[in-house]
Design a protein around this ligand. Structure first.
Ligand code: FES
Ligand code: MG
Length: 591
């Protein structure tokens, strides 16, 4: 417990106990007294701890935080702090149009202003649904006051007729069954709904489980806490402990910049491969690194992550779900396996004041079906391959989800096992794809590569999760499930599609995808990390000139003020899709 008398000079004193400015102090005091705190409390020297509340009726994945916050408050009070809860702009992954990713930077901006502009000495970040996690961490990084993240936890496992159904992942399967006429629409809804049986975030290894695991791997959550399912008693317990701990973090002046070092990011990249993490992770972690001022490039994901084996057997790459992951040992068990292979920077400091090594050393795997030992992985080399060429300067492919069907069809040439060629079928945004995918005139066959453009941060504000495209109905009926897909948008972390994603620069920012035409031959060499249109440089140049004269790659008008503001200043997916003017603001609470 914290002894209030030993606390360092608190920034909240500038509001509530400032002898240089008694008039303003009175003004601040009267309004916060109005909320029910006494003058004695506010001037007691107790740290004031914000609870950044991301749960609401609009954010059902995080809604359980409204309950958990009560236990966080108990912990804060027990440790000698004062809790002040406030709302964060809601981000609901599946409900927000045109895409939740558009709002990550908006929630970030809003939270930066709150943390900077109000009398807060530390903050508990309530994370969960996909973009809430990076938005909160990015804001804490920019402001740099002591901060600890609390995951809301995954939903319980979904079940349908004795089989696990994972949120998000089941949708892709259900769509195929519906398209193939094997289920009707009510059956579709029932199957999909079975995957979401309780409060919490998606129970698959989608972007939510990924980002919550990585928040722990970065050292920003209490060890062992990320994977606890939302409804479990242990989740209440760790909420209380998180409240206790943040007060001590203020006393110790332990800040995000102490924790979010390059060593911590490399740990997170490696953990991401071992868990089979989402392709959204590089976008969010690269953004976080930029906001905390750490050098991190898209190539680092291949350099540090590609060779790491897949250890966690969760859907979509594997079989199990969130509850199983927790019972098997969660993040510490994974980190301990990587540590045994010398792949973790053990000295990285975490929110509990201990190192990552000390927190995770000896964390045993409790279920070998769910988490594998390092030397008996589900798959070797489960990270991301970075591709480059005349189509884009970078795009990534998640190696852990390449299916046997895909491998046999495209990667079985004995002379060149990692390369294939095909003819392009090009779609301009998701609407165009939905209208035309089943049109026989496109002549899509097994040798077609599907392209999605106009889906990046500018083309489709926020970047759409649309690159994983299903094959046309007539191919599905013939048993062809996955065609190679490439695009300048994103892919849901719950999709098991072997797509080449996050192509930067996007067509709308002058990228090579804008020059592609349906019917062009394209060569993908996964071995060399290359993707090229097979046409001459001269013709490519002519197309570039022609597109320029026509006014560039067209994209739809903004529908809201924020879409327009973000489009004017957003970086590409490769560099985190951040607001460029925000990047220079580091550690602003100290200046
Ligand atoms: Fe919110 Fe998956 S939709 S966590
Ligand atoms: Mg998603």
């Amino acid at each position: 417990m914290t002894d209030a008398a030993n606390l360092p000079q608190l920034r909240s004193r500038a509001w509530f106990d400032n002898p240089d400015n008694p008039d303003m102090t009175a003004l601040y005091l009267e309004r916060y007294l109005n909320f029910g705190l006494s003058q004695e409390e506010l001037q007691s020297g107790k740290p004031i701890i914000g609870i950044a509340q991301t749960g609401s009726d609009l954010s059902p994945c995080n809604r359980h935080h409204l309950e958990l916050a009560k236990r966080v408050r108990d912990g804060i009070r027990e440790a000698g702090g004062i809790a002040i809860e406030f709302p964060v702009h809601p981000i609901q992954e599946t409900g927000k149009r045109p895409t939740a990713a558009l709002d990550r930077n908006l929630a970030y901006l809003g939270l930066v202003e709150v943390l900077y502009g109000y009398p807060l000495d530390g903050v508990v970040l309530t994370i969960g649904c996909d973009k809430t996690t990076p938005a909160c961490l990015m804001a804490a990084a920019t402001v740099n006051i002591p901060a600890i993240a609390l995951s809301v936890g995954p939903m319980l496992n979904g079940w349908f007729r004795g089989e696990r159904t994972g949120s998000g992942t089941i949708v892709w399967k259900a769509r195929e069954l519906l398209a193939a006429g094997e289920i009707d629409y009510p059956g579709f809804v029932k199957l999909v709904a079975s995957s979401a049986p309780s409060t919490g975030y998606c129970n698959t290894m989608g972007t939510a489980t990924t980002m919550n695991s990585l928040a722990e791997a970065l050292g920003m959550q209490l060890p062992g806490s990320a994977a606890i399912p939302a409804p479990y008693r242990d989740r209440q317990e760790v909420s209380y402990l998180t409240g206790l701990r943040i007060v001590d973090m203020v006393r110790d002046d332990l800040k995000p910049s102490d924790i979010l070092t390059r060593d911590a990011f490399i740990n997170a990249i490696r953990v991401n491969s071992a868990i089979g993490g989402s392709t959204n992770a590089p976008i969010h972690l690269n953004a976080l690194a930029r906001h905390v001022g750490v050098e991190l490039s898209i190539d680092d994901w291949q350099t540090y992550g590609e060779d790491i084996p897949l250890l966690v057997n969760l859907q979509p790459a594997g079989e199990y779900l969130g509850e199983d992951y927790y019972h098997a040992g969660g993040v510490p068990a994974v980190v301990n396996q990587l540590m045994g292979a010398g792949l973790i920077n053990e000295g990285a400091i975490t929110v509990n004041g201990q190192t990552m090594g000390d927190n995770c050393r000896g964390a045993e795997i409790a279920d070998l079906n769910v988490i594998r030992p390092f030397d008996q992985p589900l798959l070797k080399g489960a990270g991301f391959r970075v591709l480059k060429g005349n189509l884009f300067s970078s795009a990534i492919m998640k190696l852990s989800v390449i299916s046997t069907e895909f491998r046999e069809r495209y990667l079985s040439n004995p002379d060149d096992p990692m390369a294939f060629e095909g003819k392009a079928a090009v779609f301009d945004g998701p609407e165009d794809y939905h209208h035309r995918i089943d049109d026989p005139a496109l002549q899509i066959d097994e040798n077609t590569i599907l392209f999605m453009r106009g889906a990046g941060p500018i083309g489709y504000p926020g970047a759409a999760e649309v690159v994983n495209m299903r094959a046309p109905d007539y191919l599905l009926k013939r048993g062809v499930h996955s065609l190679p897909c490439i695009g300048d948008g994103r892919q849901s972390g719950t999709s098991g599609s072997p797509s080449i994603l996050n192509a930067s620069p996007e067509a709308a920012a002058g990228g090579g995808l804008g020059l592609l035409k349906s019917g062009d031959r394209v060569r993908i060499d996964l071995g060399r990390g290359e993707a090229n249109i097979l046409i001459s440089d001269e013709e490519l140049e002519q197309r570039r000139e022609a597109l320029k004269e026509a006014g560039g790659y067209p994209f739809p008008e903004s529908q809201t003020p924020w879409q327009e503001i973000q489009r004017a200043m957003v970086s590409q997916l490769e560099t985190g899709m951040v607001l460029e003017p925000a990047v220079k603001y580091h550690r602003i609470a100290q200046t």
